[in-house]
Design a protein around this ligand. Structure first.
Ligand SMILES: NC(=O)c1ccc[n+]([C@@H]2O[C@H](COP(=O)([O-])OP(=O)(O)OC[C@H]3O[C@@H](n4cnc5c(N)ncnc54)[C@H](O)[C@@H]3O)[C@@H](O)[C@H]2O)c1
Length: 337
């Protein structure tokens, strides 16, 4: 079911304050689609709204809302606010894009961080589907676009880099979205579900994830906070790897986190704007499964070709080049909080 144009529709975007959510908001608005976006961070959300409004044709309405998608009451409030602000009783597109990394180790990470990441990455998508599916049906036809990850295909970042909370949530998003395909075909054929599987995309997700855990951005962290994010065993491993100087002090750790975020953003093979274009082109063309980046395609193919070798990395990637992408720097920077 292709969709020729987004012009004249109303789209909902979660996580609109940064990265792919910001670029989706801008590109949709530039194409003539009104957007109601939300974010945990009202300041970055307001910046996105200003950018999108400046680029949008006359008559397009862009609104920004504060909402934690891991809290169903806030998602319901977001729905009520956006329907009033856009004077509408339905929506045409929903991009459940908000997400954050962390809780890498089930064995060693702090339980509250693990559960926070799972709640953002799984419950955030689930509540959006619960709250917005009736509004997609009410509009007589629409698209629900759920963002998973390569960690919805492969539950690791490679040797020594577990990824448990994020992978559990992103596998859930993938399973749910794939299950919706037959469910919607049978019970709500006017709506289709789309699964987005990004590899490494250049965004501020490393820094934003720390904020989503309840910490300040690395630049503003106290010494105690940076030592909590980079505890002694991680600091020692980073010293051995040459990523930190011998005898690293809290300021070195702070600079390391700032650098890890910038490297993740600036050394990515795909920019956030390119990723948003790939997503929108895929939705327009009627795709149900949108892989972003050569790394995502490589992991998808490798895991399908050799499922038994999925966690035997040398065997899995034998003869292939490329990186495992997703959140590598983040895993190095902020492992067992
Ligand atoms: N960047 C990558 O390499 C990559 C790879 C695979 C998947 N993804 C996924 O893509 C999506 C977008 O990520 P991005 O890279 O653009 O990250 P980003 O950090 O640039 O943007 C995500 C936005 O979501 C917001 N957010 C976080 N928790 C929230 C919450 N509870 N409620 C509302 N908003 C919240 C953040 O404040 C941020 O503005 C996420 O679901 C992420 O897991 C990203």
């Amino acid at each position: 079911m292709a969709m020729e144009s987004f012009a004249g529709k109303l789209a909902v975007v979660t996580g609109g304050g940064s990265g792919m959510g910001r670029e989706l908001t801008r590109q949709l608005a530039a194409e003539g689609c009104s957007v109601a976006a939300c974010d945990l961070n009202p300041d970055t959300m307001a910046e996105t709204v200003a950018m999108a409004r400046a680029e949008a044709p006359h008559g397009v309405r862009v609104t920004g809302h504060a909402c934690d998608v891991a809290d169903e009451a806030q998602v319901l409030r977001f729905r009520d606010e956006l329907l009033a602000a856009h004077a509408s009783d339905h929506v045409g597109l929903v991009f459940a894009n908000a997400g954050a990394g962390g809780g890498e180790s089930f064995a060693a990470s702090r339980r509250e961080v693990w559960e926070r990441i799972f709640a953002i990455d799984w419950c955030g998508v689930y509540y959006c589907a619960r709250v917005f599916l009736p509004l997609l049906i009410a509009g007589g036809g629409g698209v629900l676009v759920n963002t998973s990850s390569v960690n919805g295909l492969w539950a690791s970042l490679g040797p020594g880099r577990p990824q448990t909370a994020y992978s559990a949530a992103k596998f859930a998003v993938r399973g749910f979205t794939e299950a919706l395909i037959e469910d919607l075909r049978t019970n709500a054929p006017e709506v289709r579900a789309v699964l987005v599987l990004p590899g490494h995309v250049g965004t501020n997700i490393v820094s934003n994830s720390l904020i989503a855990w309840g910490l300040p951005a690395p630049e503003q962290m106290s010494d105690a906070q940076v030592q909590q994010v980079v505890p002694p065993q991680v600091r020692d491993a980073l010293i051995r790897a040459g990523a930190l100087p011998e005898g690293a002090v809290p300021d070195d750790l702070r600079q390391f986190l700032v650098r890890a975020n910038a490297d993740f953003r600036d050394k990515a093979p795909v920019s956030a704007a390119q990723a948003a274009t790939i997503i929108l082109d895929g939705v327009r063309a009627g795709a149900w499964r949108i892989l972003i980046g050569e790394d995502a395609k490589m992991i998808d193919a490798a895991v399908r070709a050799k499922p038994e070798a999925a966690y035997d990395y040398a065997e899995l990637f034998a003869g292939l080049t490329g990186s495992s992408g997703d959140q590598t720097s983040q895993a190095q920077a902020a492992d067992p909080i």
